[in-house]
Design a protein around this ligand. Structure first.
Ligand SMILES: CC(C)(COP(=O)(O)OP(=O)(O)OC[C@H]1O[C@@H](n2cnc3c(N)ncnc32)[C@H](O)[C@@H]1OP(=O)(O)O)[C@@H](O)C(=O)NCCC(=O)NCCS
Length: 170
């Protein structure tokens, strides 16, 4: 198994690879855990992702890393600068369920820590559902500290859920 992490600003994705990313985000086992997702057709979402990736190089609010296993897209990570403080960035990460438990998210986050340091970011945060024990485990394993529990912050699937915020000072 060969795992590579690619900086999409340096090596842009091919159209087929953008489709793979959309398919990860739309996978029911992934969507279940996402706090924000667009409920729209595949074609519409693909159009939006294509526009996003095609203008990524000019977008200084976000960086994207992609993980490939044996050449196939296994997961990706977006590093978003916060609106109110560009020295703080929020991590969003998803792995295709076919590749869960193989270290994809761990490696993506490790690489994002290096990238963030290079870009002068002073703090990383991960916001996730309180019950997302896998994401919480990965964050804790990499040294992120629980900073806040936002009670009943997320309305999802007909119910209010707590959100946890982890942070890592760089
Ligand atoms: C969370 C997610 C990104 C993890 O991706 P991944 O590539 O499988 O993660 P890794 O393989 O690097 O690490 C998984 C870790 O969780 C552990 N784990 C597995 N099941 C677990 C459970 N039920 N509770 C706690 N930890 C668990 C694994 O043992 C592994 O830890 P280890 O490396 O110490 O052995 C992936 O499950 C996913 O895409 N989920 C849906 C989207 C999501 O939740 N994104 C995060 C929103 S911010």
């Amino acid at each position: 198994m060969k795992l590579e992490i690619i900086d999409v600003k340096v090596n842009p994705l091919r159209d087929e690879e953008i489709k793979d990313i959309v398919n990860i985000e739309r996978h029911p086992l992934v969507k279940k855990w996402l706090v924000e997702y667009a409920d729209e057709s595949f074609e519409k979402e693909l159009e939006e992702y294509t526009r996003f990736f095609n203008s990524l190089r000019d977008n200084n609010r976000v960086d994207v890393l992609v993980a490939k296993i044996d050449g196939n897209i296994a997961g990706f990570l977006a590093l978003w600068r916060m609106d109110d403080n560009e020295h703080v960035a929020s991590i969003g990460v998803s792995t295709h369920p076919d590749y869960w438990g193989k270290g994809v998210a761990t490696n993506l986050i490790k690489e994002s820590i290096k990238l963030a340091k290079k870009k002068g970011i002073g703090k990383l945060i991960i916001e996730t559902l309180e019950e997302n024990s896998v994401m919480r485990h990965v964050a804790e394993k990499l040294g992120f500290k629980l900073e806040e529990i936002r009670k009943k912050k997320i309305f999802k699937d007909g119910d209010y859920h707590d959100e946890v915020v982890y942070s890592l000072k760089l």
